[in-house]
Design a protein around this ligand. Structure first.
Ligand code: ADP
Length: 187
């Protein structure tokens, strides 16, 4: 199973990704987590992307595609994977398409989790207390949402035009949303 999880920040992608990966025994590839690990390790890449991430902007397509290509070439991705946090731009969707073709991967299942902006901001603000993420402040959260609508929302249309987008309602209990997801994946 090769899955792409799309949705705005706060939509619950991380939570649902963990459950999906457990059920289907596939690796969870989160670009945000991979970048945060780079930042934490103080690697040259981490130092380069830290200020970009803290501002709520996107790191460059080149950088992220290198990170993802390296990850997808690991043996645990042979039988499938879940991508969370990528593609975030139409250019990344195109590069990913080329990469997957090269890997001989069949058609992706693309799931979009929809949640209204008002609910998203409440959720992100709610997790501020618990989150150790330096980009979970109210100000940066609304910036991330703006970047999402400008640069990432078009990715959904990109997959819709190719006939492999499933849109799901992300409002409700975690298990309720998960049930919608597994139903869509088994269809
Ligand atoms: P969120 O929880 O807001 O969806 P992530 O944890 O996925 O955020 O990503 C955090 C930050 O990492 C983003 O705001 C961005 O700066 C950077 N990032 C993650 N994935 C990508 C990507 N595919 N392209 C560009 N930047 C990315």
């Amino acid at each position: 199973m090769q899955i792409v999880l799309l949705g705005p920040p706060g939509a619950g992608k991380g939570t649902q990704a963990t459950k999906i990966c457990e059920k289907y025994a596939i690796p969870h590839i989160s670009t945000g987590d991979m970048l945060r690990q780079q930042v934490a390790s103080g690697s040259p890449l981490g130092n380069k992307v830290k200020s970009i991430m803290d501002s709520g902007e996107l790191v460059t397509d080149d950088v992220i595609m290198q990170v993802v290509e390296a990850r997808l070439s690991q043996p645990d991705c042979k039988n499938g994977f879940l991508l969370d946090g990528i593609p975030r731009t139409v250019a990344q969707a195109e590069s990913l398409g080329t990469l997957l073709l090269k890997m001989g991967a069949p058609k992706l299942k693309v799931l979009q989790i929809n949640v209204p902006d008002t609910v998203l901001l409440e959720r992100i603000q709610g997790r501020q207390g618990q989150s150790s993420r330096s980009d979970d402040t109210a100000e940066v959260a609304s910036k991330r949402l703006k970047v999402y609508w400008e640069q990432t929302a078009p990715v959904a249309s990109y997959y819709e035009q190719r006939g492999n987008l499933v849109v799901l309602d992300g409002v409700g209990a975690v298990d309720e949303v998960f049930h919608r997801i597994t139903t869509a994946l088994s269809a």
